[in-house]
Design a protein around this ligand. Structure first.
Ligand code: NDP
Length: 408
């Protein structure tokens, strides 16, 4: 048996479901549910055309725990893969506990009314998943996801300790639109307008998060396959789990590239109040400006046909070499081509680089390669079988030694 239920029908889900259908030995029975059933049907039609595999579709509001539990009971999957939005994480975890089914997601829970990315809400489910003998795998996308697995692979094969870690996320793709986001605009804009935070140990003190203004620290970096780009230091959720599972870290930072046009548009939208997440009264109706903005921006899934260029995402880690040869620095990364991703699954590379690791994480649990009772971040499992599947499933990676740690 290999029955899986995927919830959510955006770009990430589309890629994950296509890739599951391409691995029928692991995923023999695929079910897809989301709020708008027509989006599930469109994915199922594309999967059927490309692979000949049938996907069953359903309408569900995953905020409704009772309805989701009933759907899970009806289908009887081994695993629920949550590719809806971070707001649904806790409700879907509750439904999994109610029905005795394993859980996986790619983004940590966020309350709707505060732009806060913290694992504690989901880590609080540890005892309940453990008592039920179930596994919850958190953060099985690219970042979080592959970037954490990259760090753990370096710790297993190259470095005894990681002292400095930088995660560099570059999207060198051009979608031809004046302004659009490559994944859910509401989540994307909440993330980039939040203050930056990085992990740092100062002197003998315990490590702590140091906060700086949003987009306040930037750096130029020459990305292979893309060229020089300006990247901005941001907070990203894997910093929290990496600081916990790589306790020797002295500094961990996350960087993401943005073009000048993106920054200009975002600055104006922020200045005029369009990125606010508190309700405003308009003609007697409460609306949330950021949700209205999402409704007028292009759907990320619609950017696929026009996006050209590459993504380049990886980790640069410095620490004591495993072989006792002193301090070493390694750069481990994947480069993904937007047009190749689109040709394979009908989705651009940002959805592809998230959907493929979601499928691989699901494969790890369904095949029994990763086992455990409780709530796990992806760092806690053996990186090797996951890294092997990345190479086989469209996200090949390379590792190289750099002559010195990053100079900034
Ligand atoms: P989209 O907005 O394209 O898709 C989200 C889907 O979830 C939509 O089909 C939406 O339905 C559905 N949905 C929303 N609310 C509900 C609900 N209450 N019940 C059922 N379905 C619901 O997002 P993406 O595909 O771009 O992203 C999906 C997830 O992946 C997000 O959580 C995002 O944060 C995460 N992500 C993770 C990355 C990583 O590297 N770890 C990178 C990129 C994204 P509808 O169509 O009706 O709105």
């Amino acid at each position: 048996m290999g029955k899986v239920l995927v919830i959510g029908a955006g770009g990430v889900s589309s890629v994950a479901v296509h890739k599951m259908a391409m691995n029928p030995d692991i995923f023999s029975d695929i079910h897809l549910a989301s709020r708008t059933v027509s989006k599930c049907e469109a994915i199922a039609a594309s999967v059927l055309e490309r692979t000949g595999i049938e996907v069953r579709t359903y309408a569900i509001d995953a905020d409704n725990v009772a309805a989701t539990s009933a759907l899970i009971e009806e289908i009887g999957p081994e695993l629920v893969v949550n590719l809806a939005l971070p707001y649904q994480d806790l409700a879907i975890m509750d439904a999994c506990l109610a029905t005795g089914v394993n859980y996986l997601d790619t983004a940590n829970y966020e309350p709707r009314d505060v732009a806060k990315f913290e694992y504690h809400w989901q880590w609080d489910y540890q005892d309940r998943f453990k008592a039920a003998g179930l596994t919850a795998l958190l953060g099985s996308g690219f970042d979080p996801g592959v970037t954490s697995v990259f760090a753990m692979w370096l710790k297993k094969h190259k470095l005894r300790t990681i002292r400095l870690l930088d995660i560099l996320d570059c999207n060198g793709g051009d979608h031809g639109q004046a302004f659009a986001t490559n994944f859910n605009p509401e989540i994307n804009i909440r993330e980039v307008t939040a203050p930056a935070r990085h992990w740092e140990k100062i002197g003998e003190e315990n490590g702590q998060f140091v906060e700086t203004p949003a987009m306040g620290v930037k750096q130029s970096f020459d990305f292979e396959g893309v060229g020089p780009k300006t990247m901005y230091m941001m907070y990203h959720e894997e910093l929290e789990s990496l600081a916990r599972f790589v306790p020797e870290l002295e500094r961990a930072r996350f960087w993401m590239t943005f073009g000048d046009a993106y920054i200009q548009h975002l600055t104006v939208l922020q200045n005029v109040g369009m990125t606010r997440i508190d309700p405003v009264l308009y003609n007697g109706v409460e609306i949330i400006p950021l949700q209205f903005l999402k409704a007028v921006l292009p759907e990320p899934a619609s950017l696929g046909p026009t996006t050209k260029g590459k993504t380049n995402i990886g980790d640069i880690a410095t620490g004591e070499a495993l072989d006792g040869s002193g301090e070493k620095t390694f750069y481990i990364k994947n480069i993904c081509d937007h047009e190749e991703a689109y040709a394979e699954t009908g989705n651009q590379a940002v959805s592809y680089t998230t959907g493929v690791p979601a499928m691989i994480g699901a494969a790890m649990l369904m095949s029994g390669a990763w086992k455990g009772e409780g709530v796990f971040n992806i760092e806690q499992f053996d990186p090797d079988p996951f890294m092997a599947m990345l190479n086989e499933q469209g996200l090949p990676w390379t590792v190289e030694e750099l002559p010195a740690p990053l100079a900034f």
